[in-house]
Design a protein. Sequence first.
Length: 443
Amino acid sequence: MKRKRIIIMGAAGRDFHNFNCCFRDNPAFRVVAFTAAQIPYISDRRYPAELAGKLYPHGIPVYPEEQLAELIRRLKAEQVVFAYSDIPHERLMHIASRVLAVGADFLLMGPDATMLESRLPVVSVCAVRTGCGKSQVVRYFCDILRERGIRPVVVRHPMPYGDLAAQAVERLEGPADLDRFRCTVEEREEYEHLLDHGAIVYAGVDYRRILRRAEKEAKLIIWDGGNNDLPFFRSDLEIVVVDPLRPGHETSWYPGEVNLRRAAVVVVNKVNAADPAAIEAVESAVRGANPSAALVRTESVITVEDGERIRGKRILVIEDGPTITHGSMPSGAGLAAALQHGAAEVVDPRPWAEGSLREVYAAWPHIGPVLPAMGYSPAQVADLARTMEAVPCDLVVAATPIDIARLTGTGRPVLRAFYNVVEGEGTPLRGAFESFLASRSIL
């Protein structure tokens, strides 16, 4: 039987999961390549043989997405599977047009093919864009569980940017595990804050194995989504966060709109920072796309330790990297905190950007006068540290969820900005979560 030749387009996450679910042991297909985009330093490597299975004794090569058309021709690919997230609909169809022009099929794989079934209840927290506030909601749920004496178990969307075989199944319980798995800054941003809230965190590459491990110690599983991707596990309660600071994005980015249309609960976050007209526009779009979803408003409240020290000072602001790069936000909670506390000046770090950070600003020209916490490699962490030292400022305000001072070893004084969801009257989000727990006899 002739095997259909496949290329999977990805960004070191959804692409590997789709392969594991649908192609790894399927003799009807041969995956001839992955392509990589969006994340630096993840191409020009291989999906290893020990993860790829018996049909791929030499593993599968990963190439830069820029080579896609040439790869289709050279490798005689018949189908291209698109498998990453946070991309505008128009750009997605431009990619599809490039593929079709060369002669191959262009495929999007749906939830039924790629969601794994758990033996435990699953609550998923996803979003319509990167940076909507998923992490805040997950932390909120972790705190509710801990109030009830339940240790939270969170499974995070994959971020395997290093040794894929070593990262197949990662279980993190404390800060030492971040070092043991050689986590990048971006991985630490997603894991460290959950560890601080008492959670056990799972992540990695092989999510079937991850799920079985997590089920052994959890009462329920919280799926913590990445970007605006779909959950990898079939969820009993799908919660999706939307952002009124980016009205219109809830129905114009892939696969965020899919999340929106599937949601049981839609959280309109950051209502304290958004224009009322934008809030109403987003809620109107939500009601149009998913009229049966429960609609909940939350504030995203920023606090700064020793925030009074900011007043009258020259401030370097450091923001969560993904939010202000492919999340397309010009700034985040750090800039808001600096202005809220009366900074005399927010120093634009661009003139002092070192090495790879100059490339980041060139690639993402929408970024405002802030420094993205980029650290996909040790060299990039070093660039970040040198930039922090070079910027002429009195204080650093860091809104990344990690302790950036400890990681970079900077001598600069660093104030950390924290942001958490706060509910208004009636706490409907808490109520929805607790009602679900009660319905599953978890409380």
